[in-house]
Design a protein around this ligand. Structure first.
Ligand SMILES: NC(=O)c1ccc[n+]([C@@H]2O[C@H](COP(=O)([O-])OP(=O)(O)OC[C@H]3O[C@@H](n4cnc5c(N)ncnc54)[C@H](OP(=O)(O)O)[C@@H]3O)[C@@H](O)[C@H]2O)c1
Length: 323
């Protein structure tokens, strides 16, 4: 019988749809004897999973509950097949992305300060900040107290499962969408990442939703920030190291861009790090994919992949094939 290890923090009833022929083995995050399993569902929180891994024996297949799996190949080695939970985060992460864009364009982080200070008049500071960040120094009346997403040019870097969901959610805003992915294609038109630099000067909003690989590490650095128009909004829902942190801090502090990031480099972001206090930044602590619907969806995705594995069918979400 195939033995499937799962984090014991997940409720057993989530596995109701798993093939009945498997034996489910709860894996505690605590020291103990070696555990023999064939299939591993690692804890979604990598530090916990990394503590459990050294005790596991016999793992041939890893079914990650997350979309991002960058820490797994280096941990389990090349003789294990790894699948991700492609799709499980689509809705939550796409909703975070659209919310973050709207929050920044509506200046919600600033209005939270106004609310806490109980000073209605402070709202006029938005107008001054709008002029500063966009470089629009015309005498504007009435003052600009928020901005519109509708009609903006949005560059979407990453057009996979989550990128396509973001596109669907952006439809009502009639944005001018520029899609970028690893390779170019048509219908819909997607540019290759090699064209990124030439596209950045047109982008009012830049969304990053692609995996962290050796190719994407530092994809957005000093040069890319400089290529963006004054006041561009950079939204990183992907992984922190895709953006060069020093360059991000510099670009924010100079007032050239603004940003909304769910992910940082390093992560967790330590107390006192300069990023915490940058202007025009909305920072959330890696929560974009996390909703009450996540665990049932991710476990269902893993169960479907497991069924294919047991039936000898091609797997759908392979990120590494065992050698
Ligand atoms: N913040 C969070 O909580 C959170 C939650 C979920 C996921 N994520 C992150 O989001 C990432 C994307 O998730 P997904 O499910 O949409 O992945 P996916 O379906 O695998 O799509 C990845 C997309 O990135 C593109 N890509 C890959 N390498 C690239 C490169 N070198 N340059 C440019 N584009 C490249 C791919 O291009 P092609 O289409 O040409 O192959 C594809 O369009 C995950 O890897 C994860 O790190 C974060």
């Amino acid at each position: 019988m195939l033995r499937v290890g799962y984090p014991d923090t997940l409720a057993p009833e989530l596995f109701g749809d798993f093939p009945p022929e498997v034996e489910l083995v709860p894996l505690p995050d605590a020291p103990g004897p070696e555990i023999e399993i064939d299939v591993w569902l690692p804890d979604p929180y990598p530090p916990t999973a990394l503590r459990v891994w050294p005790r596991l024996r016999g793992v041939r297949l890893v079914l990650s509950l997350m979309a991002g799996t960058e820490w797994i190949p280096g941990t389990v080695g090349p003789h294990v097949t790894i699948c991700n939970a492609r799709g499980a985060h689509n809705i939550s992460t796409a909703e975070w992305t659209v919310s973050a864009i709207l929050a920044m364009l509506k200046h919600f982080p600033f209005y939270m300060e106004v609310q806490r200070d109980e000073i209605w008049k402070r709202r006029f500071e938005t107008s001054a900040n709008y002029a500063r960040i966009t470089g629009d120094n015309r005498p504007l009346y009435p003052p600009v107290l928020l901005e519109e997403l509708t009609g903006k040019t949005v560059l979407l870097a990453g057009h996979g499962a989550i990128g396509q969901e973001i596109e669907r959610m952006l439809e009502p805003f009639h944005v001018n969408l520029i899609r970028v992915a690893h390779s170019a294609r048509t219908e819909p038109a997607v540019h290759a990442v090699s064209e990124l630099d030439s596209l950045l000067p047109r982008a009012g909003v830049v969304i990053l939703i692609l995996p962290l690989t050796e190719e994407t590490r530092g994809l957005i650095g000093r040069k890319q920030f400089e290529l963006m128009p004054q006041g561009a909004l950079v939204v990183n829902a992907a992984r922190g190291p895709i953006v060069d942190t020093d360059a991000l801090v510099e670009a924010l502090n100079s007032g050239h861009i603004r940003a909304a990031v769910d992910v940082t480099d390093p992560e967790p972001l330590p107390e006192g790090h300069p990023l915490w206090s940058c202007p025009n930044l909305l920072l959330t602590p890696h929560i974009a994919g996390s909703s009450p619907q996540f665990a049932p969806r991710a476990v269902k995705t893993a169960g479907e992949e497991l069924r294919r594995y047991m039936n000898g069918e091609p797997l759908h979400n392979v990120v590494q094939t065992a050698i």
